[in-house]
Ligand binder design. Structure first.
Ligand SMILES: Nc1ncnc2c1ncn2[C@@H]1O[C@H](COP(=O)(O)OP(=O)(O)OP(=O)(O)O)[C@@H](O)[C@H]1O
Length: 575
């Protein structure tokens, strides 16, 4: 829990006021039995109506002050815990924004969502409970003992016997229940994991008619959780009656020995009643401790998961003192670049890649699936850092650019188009908030999107559903390309971003891209036929560069390229 101190510190005043108000409430709670004893012993027994009335008014006032204390405590505890939670969520969100692709590989999106919502709520609740109960439980316990001793030290010796027994029972409950409750938490995580996977992949599940299988998988995780919760509940449940039995025995002992004292005139009935109330208060304070311990156990798993995000090492960041380089021309150079993903068994995704791309050039990147095309493109905006070699832009190592400066100069379109809810206009403008309406339309025309947008009744003001679900795959791709073009980037990277376009539209798009004389464009494609008109073709095979040149040059000079072309185009030539 230490890691959360910085988030609670700004609210230290509220975090201090809450226990202070709680002390007020507890003090009032502790006073009530004694006042009640006074009414019984002096008022009723002595037939003193004035005293009954006076003490009654006093009890009401004490009760009201107690309510004030309780409200104050709740107010300050809520203020501190809610702000703590909001700040923690904001810090986690900011941290995820700084994540590199390697970090994002380590945490699934669904798991990050659970950490930022459910896990933060768990920790926030424990802060709220601590601010209330951490003070209430010990204070009520200690105060109860003191008041009981003050009332009748002789009778209080009963507590000397029962309290250690109660504490021992509590210890046994915690010791035996603790591991079970942490297993409950683990199984709850498993239910969350299965649920996350299912909800994010629900379309695939339907397409493969695997709902029954998935219902079974969820059912297993669900019943595992229920079984463990029942076991944990039963364990605590069987020990709880022991605690209640001890409490009842204490009460019986108080009534018995108290009765003897009343008979001998050493004590009064009201005092015995007050004594019983204190014994009950002490027991409930101890039960609060048990409750808190269970809550803490459950919050520990959440706290650990939050810690993993907060403490994750971000491996890609701007240099400590960036020299202020900007992407001016967009010349790309790879110098003997190799790259290996973590956890890929040391198998390199790219090996010894050396090439350069000049400003204004359109290079089509080709190769079988898994040959390293996306990896190569991802090294340019530093989504990953090379394992060896260098990637240079305008002669400067990409690691020497400020990250924002580097990425500002690059337009990127990913394999999967990501749009946001809002209008088409807002989605394109997202690429460059400063862009004018004319610039937006120009970007849409270049991306071959203007025509279909104009056909919508609301044109550029057409609203997109979440993730642009009301558009076709090809339409989404064109909007994503327009968004990237709006930045007027010196470097444009298209990762298979035109795969859903029909050949004629794709050809028109390439023609437009070739016309961008100030932009170096790397375009990943699956089909050779679709990119033969690129300035040069770059062919990858199992992470190695096997050919770079025009179609004609590669046909003449590269036998392996010829083979690949032949496998896709028949004789290797475009008919
Ligand atoms: N995030 C990752 N973590 C680990 N290995 C990865 C990761 N991404 C890709 N790889 C591996 O690196 C190799 C190259 O993958 P890459 O995505 O660059 O290929 P590609 O040519 O773009 O494939 P495709 O045409 O199917 O998109 C593959 O063997 C793949 O399994």
């Amino acid at each position: 829990m230490k890691r959360f101190h910085p988030f609670l510190q700004p609210y230290w005043k509220s975090a201090l006021m809450a226990p202070l108000f709680m002390m007020l409430e507890v003090t009032c709670d502790l006073l009530q039995p004694t006042l009640m004893a006074r009414i019984v012993d002096k008022g009723i027994a002595g037939g003193n109506t004035d005293l009954i009335l006076g003490t009654g008014v006093l009890m009401t006032a004490v009760a009201l002050i107690g309510v004030g204390g309780g409200l104050g405590c709740t107010f300050f505890a809520c203020h501190a815990s809610q702000n703590f939670g909001a700040d923690l969520r904001a810090a986690l969100f900011a941290k995820t924004q700084s994540f590199s692709f390697k970090n994002l590989d380590a945490f699934s999106t669904a798991s990050l969502i659970t950490r930022l919502t459910n896990d933060v709520t768990q920790v926030q609740n424990i802060v709220l409970a601590m601010l209330r109960l951490m003070v209430r439980a010990p204070l009520l316990c200690l105060g109860g003992i003191l008041m009981a001793v003050a009332l009748n030290p002789g009778l209080a010796t009963i507590l000397g016997v029962t309290l250690p027994l109660l504490a021992l029972t509590l210890f046994l409950i915690i010791r035996s229940g603790f591991p079970l409750f942490s297993q409950v938490q683990q199984r709850l995580d498993r239910v969350n994991a299965v649920l996350r996977e299912n909800l994010s992949g629900v379309r695939v599940i339907k397409a493969f008619v695997r709902s029954d299988y998935e219902i079974g998988r969820f059912g297993k995780a669900n019943s595992d959780l229920a079984d463990m919760t029942i076991r944990a509940g039963r364990r605590v449940g069987t020990t709880m009656p022991a605690m209640f039995a001890l409490m009842n025995l204490s009460v019986v002992a108080v009534i018995w020995f108290g009765g003897l004292r009343v008979d001998s005139g050493n004590m009064q009935v009201g005092q015995v009643m007050a004594f019983i109330t204190y014994v009950t208060q002490i027991l409930f304070a101890l039960m609060m401790v048990a409750f808190m311990t269970v809550m803490l156990t459950r919050a520990k798993a959440s706290s650990d998961r939050i810690g993993e995000v907060l403490e994750a090492k971000v491996d890609i960041s701007s240099p400590a003192r960036p020299a202020g380089h900007r992407v001016q021309l967009g010349r790309i150079e790879f110098e003997n670049v190799s790259f290996c993903y973590d956890g890929n068994g040391g198998v390199p995704a790219l090996q010894g890649i050396t090439f350069s791309a000049s400003p204004g050039e359109l290079i089509a990147v080709l190769g079988a699936t898994g040959s390293g095309k996306s990896t190569l493109v991802n090294l340019i905006p530093r989504f990953y850092d090379v394992s060896s070699g260098r990637v240079l832009i305008d002669g400067v190592d990409v690691r020497d650019y400020g990250l924002d400066d580097l990425r500002q100069g690059i337009g990127m379109v990913f394999q999967e188009s990501r749009l946001f809810s809002g209008t088409i206009l807002e989605n394109i403008r997202w690429g460059n908030p400063e862009a004018s309406a004319a610039e937006i339309e120009q970007a849409a025309r270049t991306a071959q999107a203007h025509e279909f947008i104009s056909k919508f009744p609301n044109g550029y003001d057409t609203r997109l559903d979440q993730r642009g679900l009301n558009l076709s795959g090809g339409q989404k791709q064109r909007l994503s390309i327009a968004r990237a073009l709006l930045r007027k980037p010196r470097i444009l990277l298209l990762d298979d971003a035109a795969s859903a376009l029909d050949p004629a539209t794709e050809a028109r798009l390439r023609k437009e891209l070739r016309g961008l004389k100030e932009t170096t464009c790397l375009m990943i494609a699956q089909r050779v036929a679709s990119v033969l008109d690129a300035d040069r073709l770059l062919l990858l095979d199992e992470g190695r560069l096997i050919g770079l040149g025009t179609h004609r040059q590669l046909m003449a000079e590269c036998p392996l390229c010829r083979e690949i072309f032949a496998s896709q185009l028949g004789n290797g030539r475009l008919e």
